[in-house]
Design a binder for this molecule. Structure first.
Ligand code: F6P
Length: 554
């Protein structure tokens, strides 16, 4: 599907209405609507014309309330956009994902993270085989393992219980569990601490290990491929650290477990095959938090809370799969994203979780969205004719208000924003939580409506400061209100964004589940690492060659 584009975007070139000469295509109808009704719209006017939009342009599912009224849309916009969904066969795409069709065509893989949280006895097949028995088997294996760590019956080489779990992984094999560990800290067993090491910078591992005791530390090495250089290097460093203190190599089996699809490589590393937690190629790295990749999380929050997270995600999965598109939260968020990205020409999406616990949520969304949708080739290999994945950024409010929100309010750039808030506090805090909530609502209101010069003057602002204090407003935002940050609502939130990302990809006609763009740099790094280690610069461009020489010479 191709969209008409504003100035910042690639131009459209294939609006082919030849099969329906009299009917405008969905994109043409939307383009006309955009030009006539939306392009110059003002949120102040939209609210005056439709005073009840704050209570009508809303959606709700299982406690997740979404207010999308502060978007630059009329009551017709999303109805008109429904035709875009028909044109890209969104219904067929959703059914294909849930039924195990190999929608990740470039890797010939199914995409079934939804099977990880499917509690029913319904079958989900890949290559004619039902995957649900293995999903349940691994979940049980994780549960048994987590219990032995939590009750102290799994001991280190000197018989002491495990107090510290170091999760080693990177990208989708680290960001999700790390983010979730912080988000759900309140549900954690305080006698077991989780640590996360991802960066190949040796400082990451060394600063983590500096305060740990080998005999009570367990390493969970997470790598779907078990070929990722950062993870393997860090795992080797951890092994050396352990064996510096342990009596012999048998300690590795008590102190290392692994999560991977590559069981041969894991065994070669020396990890006991009994301690390998299986992964499958039909779960993408950035969609894998709820698989065995979440083992460390399960150890710290316990199997019951982990199960509750799966239940929350399943609830959102079912909503995405079955809700009519007009009431479908992920679909609506995807359509709004397409509206701003492809019609208004916005290049970024800001996410402001009003929760300090969600400090890593935007990093997580950056990988989830940008690795999925930062592509300019369609599924059939042809170039996309429009902008695709937006740049996702953000930080928790209220911190954001003291860093970049000045820019959002007065730079003049269009920055659509998601504001995430929880009605009840994470921890009991008297009135303090109200201050957090009021800041979230105040930001949304200020972004949408700003202040007029008249209001400034009436408020006594001196004439020479009116231009400086002018708040243009008209910045769109969507508010996501959830009851409380719990494992269940956390699962809902993750699934909500996962499905929004897939729906975006379907609307753009791209494969959201491969990531070929990360390969080239990995290969080059391997070559350069060998040159630096052997002190023999290879052949490169003059910039890279000079830099390599500076590293290989004194
Ligand atoms: O960064 C690229 C990537 O392939 C991610 O998609 C993935 O999450 C990460 O590397 C880690 O891969 P693995 O789990 O195979 O170590």
């Amino acid at each position: 599907m191709d969209y008409a584009q504003p100035h910042t975007q690639k131009t459209r070139n294939n609006t082919d209405t030849s099969t329906r000469p009299d009917a405008p295509s969905a994109t043409e109808a939307m383009q006309a609507h955009y030009t006539e009704k939306l392009q110059d719209s003002r949120l102040r006017d939209l609210f005056s014309a439709q005073p009840d939009r704050g209570s009508t342009l809303t959606l709700e599912h299982d406690g997740v309330y979404v207010d999308y009224s502060k978007n630059r849309i009329t009551s017709e916009t999303l109805s008109i956009m429904q035709d875009l969904l028909a044109e890209c066969d969104m219904r067929g795409a959703i059914d294909a994902m849930f039924s195990g069709v190999k929608i990740n065509t470039t890797e010939n893989r199914s995409v079934l993270h939804v099977a990880l949280r499917n509690p029913s006895d319904s079958h989900v097949t890949v290559d004619g085989e039902d995957v649900m028995p293995v999903v349940k088997k691994v979940l049980q294996q994780m549960t048994n393992f987590a219990r032995t760590i939590r009750d102290g019956s799994w001991t280190g080489y000197d018989g002491a219980a495990i107090t510290d779990v170091v999760h080693i992984g990177i990208g989708g094999s680290e960001i999700g569990p790390h983010m979730a560990d912080e988000a759900l800290a309140q549900y954690a067993d305080t006698s077991i601490r989780a640590h996360f090491v991802s960066n190949v910078d040796p400082a990451d591992m060394q600063t983590t290990l500096a305060h740990l005791k080998p005999s009570s530390t367990l390493f969970v090495v997470v790598s779907k491929s078990f070929t990722t250089i950062e993870t393997l290097t860090n795992a080797q460093a951890a092994r050396t650290w352990l064996l510096d203190s342990a009596p012999d190599e048998r300690a590795v089996a008590r102190h290392f477990v692994a999560v991977s699809t590559n069981t041969d490589a894991v065994s070669e590393f020396g990890i006991d095959p009994a301690n390998i937690f299986e992964m499958w190629d039909w779960v993408g790295g950035r969609y894998s938090l709820m698989s065995s990749v979440g083992l460390t999380l399960m150890v710290v929050i316990g199997p019951a809370h982990f199960g509750s997270m799966l239940d929350g995600a399943h609830s959102m999965d079912e909503h995405f799969r079955t809700a009519p598109f007009e009431q479908n939260i992920p679909i609506t968020l995807a359509l709004l994203s397409v509206l701003y990205n492809n019609y208004f020409g916005a290049e970024t999406e800001l996410v402001l979780p009003y929760s300090s616990q969600l400090g890593r949520f935007t990093t997580y969304l950056q990988q989830a969205n940008m690795e999925s949708n930062g592509k300019s080739v369609r599924v059939d290999g042809s170039p996309t004719q429009t902008a695709t994945g937006p740049i996702v950024w953000g930080t928790p409010g209220t911190d954001a208000q003291h860093t970049f929100m000045q820019h959002v309010h007065q730079s003049g750039r269009l920055i659509p924003t998601d504001i995430i808030l929880f009605k009840r506090p994470y921890v009991d805090s008297g009135d303090q939580h109200n201050l957090l909530l009021s800041n979230a609502l105040a930001q949304a209101e200020a972004l949408a409506f700003g202040t007029t010069d008249t209001e400034l003057r009436e408020g006594g602002v001196p004439e020479e400061l009116v231009a400086h204090k002018r708040m243009p407003g008209n910045q769109p935002s969507t508010t996501l209100l959830l009851p409380k940050l719990t494992p269940y609502t956390f699962g809902q939130l993750i699934a909500l964004y996962e499905h929004k990302i897939y729906a975006q990809g379907v609307l753009w006609g791209i494969n959201s589940f491969d990531q070929w763009g990360v390969q080239l740099g990995k290969t080059m790094a391997t070559t350069i690492a060998a040159e630096i280690s052997s002190n023999t610069p290879g052949t490169h461009d003059s910039s890279t060659s000079t830099l390599v020489s500076k590293l290989t010479t004194e």
